[in-house]
Design a protein around this ligand. Structure first.
Ligand SMILES: [Zn+2]
Length: 678
């Protein structure tokens, strides 16, 4: 599969339009449409062939019954033609699993749950969210429809939407499972089959598309790109990361997904929305500072930009929306020369818990969120990887909280450390998949016991209890305790009980409370105070390997104890004394470093925007907060001649101390790139 470089300034123009609205496309003015996009610096716009209502927005010979009943013009064709006249690409949108018309016409094609009911919207609720099963004859319809699009419309790309995995129990999926010797009555089998079936669908559809078009872009959207997508990378030309921070994804989703997606090879596109909330929020406007942050953070993480909008039913593009998008995309256009072909530089790789526990938009794992925050706040440069990645590109691997290690992964990790790699692992990471002991002996610990269980017989370790019932305490030694008072610190989530082995150095002790909090015995409002008695090691070091017994990353995602972050960043500093980038600004600075060797420069990105919870629903950003006299230190390549802000071109004085190049940025107002040129 070819992996084309994507355009930087894209719009995803939603157009799910009810049959109860008349005059569809009546006010579409091709020149006004294109002029508005050109003025807003848009260079690619995804337009609609078929929407979630099931309607078509072009003149179809194949399915005239599906043409929107009030469509007044051959809208999609005219959108494509005028955009092409202005060198704007037009990938074409085709819905897959959500299609209201097809769900009503062909209920026998719906995905069915274990109660025999269709997944999604019940009959007396608004919404088109029932799911069609692509294991049914629906796939034949979808192919014929796609073929008509490819043969009758100039097709730059195809965006297949809603291609998710769900444990379908329809007759076709049940028969498929039986044929493979799987018992369809078991949920785990339905999930396994569903993943393989959707993977097979993507490969099948891509091969089908290629019979008609050799080079259009192809993407299958499920609202998240993650470890489950690696297996079908060849079915995609690129990754498109739908992630509307105000629309259910939150501000942590995009960096987590992007740090993984960018390791797979194809080019990446971040996708946010212009909406105040989420898709379909007409006549609402995202704060400009928020849109800046979202787009500039895409650039900083090595992605291109896409902003979601929805075209009003009349087809008249909304100029005020494009004033907003244009204000940001004008700046993106100026910044592009420092972003094109730039590869993120990294010290650290985080093994993703998602590979073992699954994840989705709105269902990110706590350990992943915790480590994303800690490393971001420490301005470390890192990827998120899976167990199949090449470890040798990184100086430090982190196994956060819950990475099971089988014999094969243990061997790879041991080889990595033997070749000067360093590891930080926490909590249950390093245990065998059966959790009966440590597979990774170089952590320097062995399992001492399973720890307490609650009144229901469930293990309490790693769980959040609102009254901190099973809290223990951590007392750091001097090496790991830099920046913390030399005393006990509450660890609200119970850790793993371990012994140190051999010559392992104990960096911090776990101190027990007098007793765990239950109805039989409790003290005060929250956890029981410290007994002062050492229960076992909390943090140990074995050469280039540091192990934390407590789930510090999940804990940080839950309620952000600064001491958990400080202990982790201290451990990173012990193993990685010369990180790629440091600065003296606050932890709210987002910093990245990219290599643009083709231009003989590295490019640092610094951002300072602070999401705040001003409404109870989601975080917003209303303005950038300028910072002054930010000192930045980079472990830079030899021979840097010039440090210069981009794109504005102000040369900054710098000095070299050992491996590090140090300069001061007089003012950071939102986003600033700084080029280190040689
Ligand atoms: Zn099915």
């Amino acid at each position: 599969m070819q992996h084309p470089e994507l355009r930087f300034r894209q719009v995803h123009l939603d157009f799910h339009t009810s049959e109860s609205i008349a005059g569809i496309g009546m006010a579409f003015d091709p020149e006004d449409f294109a002029d508005t996009l050109v003025r807003a610096n848009v260079d690619s716009i995804t337009c609609f062939a078929r929407c979630h209502h099931g309607w078509l927005y072009y003149d179809s010979q194949l399915n005239p019954e599906r043409r929107h009943p009030h469509l007044t013009t051959d809208l999609l064709r005219r959108q494509i033609e005028v955009c092409h006249d202005h060198d704007i690409r037009v990938p074409i949108y085709i819905t897959v699993q959500w299609d209201h018309y097809t769900a009503n016409q062909h209920p026998e094609w719906l995905a069915i749950d274990d109660q025999g009911k269709p997944f999604g919207t019940p009959p007396f609720e608004a919404g088109f969210y029932r799911r069609l099963c692509v294991n049914s004859p629906y796939r034949d319809f979808l192919k014929a429809h796609t073929q008509e699009v490819l043969e009758s419309l100039p097709t730059d790309g195809l965006f297949f939407d809603i291609v998710g995995v769900l444990p379908c129990a329809c007759q076709h999926c049940r028969a498929g499972m039986v044929a493979q010797g799987l018992d369809p009555a078991k949920l785990a089998n339905r999930q396994l089959y569903a993943q393989h079936m959707i993977d097979e669908f993507k490969r099948d559809m891509t091969a089908f598309v290629r019979r008609f078009n050799a080079d259009c872009t192809i993407f299958y959207n499920a609202g998240h790109v993650g470890t489950r997508d690696r297996a079908t990378t060849d079915a995609y030309t690129h990754w498109e990361l739908e992630s509307l921070p105000s629309g259910g994804w939150g501000y942590l989703h995009f960096p987590i997904a992007q740090r993984y997606a960018r390791t797979l090879g194809p080019d990446c596109l971040g996708m946010t929305g212009k909406f105040h909330t989420s898709w379909g929020d007409f006549h609402s406007f995202k704060n400009q500072a928020a849109l800046e942050y979202e787009c500039f953070r895409m650039l900083a993480l090595g992605a291109k930009c896409s902003v979601g909008d929805q075209l009003p039913p009349s087809g008249a593009i909304e100029p005020h929306v494009y004033n907003l998008i244009g204000a940001v995309y004008g700046s993106v256009a100026q910044k592009e020369p420092w972003c094109r072909g730039a590869r993120p530089l990294n010290d650290i790789a985080v093994l993703s818990p998602e590979e073992f526990a699954g994840a989705d938009a709105g269902r990110l794992l706590q350990a992943t969120m915790g480590i994303e925050r800690m490393l971001d706040e420490g301005s470390h440069q890192f990827d998120i990887i899976d167990s199949m990645a090449d470890f040798s590109a990184y100086k430090l691997l982190v196994l956060p909280d819950s990475i099971p290690v089988d014999a094969k992964l243990a061997t790879r990790l041991e080889q990595y450390v033997a070749q000067d790699g360093a590891i930080i692992a926490s909590f249950e990471s390093g245990l065998t998949p059966a959790q009966d002991g440590f597979a990774l002996t170089l952590l320097g610990v062995e399992l001492a016991g399973e720890g307490p269980r609650d009144a229901n017989g469930q293990l309490v370790r790693g769980r959040h209890f609102p009254s901190n019932d099973y809290t223990e305490y951590l007392r750091p030694g001097t090496a790991i305790g830099t920046g913390l008072p030399p005393t006990e610190h509450a660890m609200y989530m119970r850790g793993l009980e371990v012994h140190a082995t051999g010559t392992t150095e104990v960096l911090a002790d776990t101190i027990a409370s007098f007793f765990d909090r239950t109805y039989q015995h409790f003290s005060s409002h929250r956890q029981t105070p410290s007994s002062g008695e050492v229960r076992g090691p909390a943090i140990v070091r074995n050469g280039q390997v540091i192990y934390f017994a407590q789930p510090i990353f999940s804990q940080y995602a839950q309620n952000a104890p600064r001491w958990c972050k400080q202990l982790f960043l201290n451990a990173v500093a012990l193993l990685l004394p010369q990180p790629l980038l440091r600065h003296n600004g606050p932890s709210s600075v987002f910093a990245s470093l990219l290599d643009q060797s083709s231009h003989k420069r590295w490019v640092a990105h610094l951002l300072h925007y602070i999401p705040e919870r001003r409404g109870s629903d989601f975080d917003v950003i209303e303005e950038a907060i300028p910072l002054h006299d930010l000192e930045v230190s980079v472990r830079a390549p030899l021979g840097v001649q010039r440090v210069v802000t981009a794109p504005d071109g102000n040369e900054l004085p710098f000095r070299v101390e050992g491996q590090r190049l140090i300069f001061t940025l007089p003012r950071l107002n939102g986003h600033q790139m700084i080029a280190l040129e040689w």
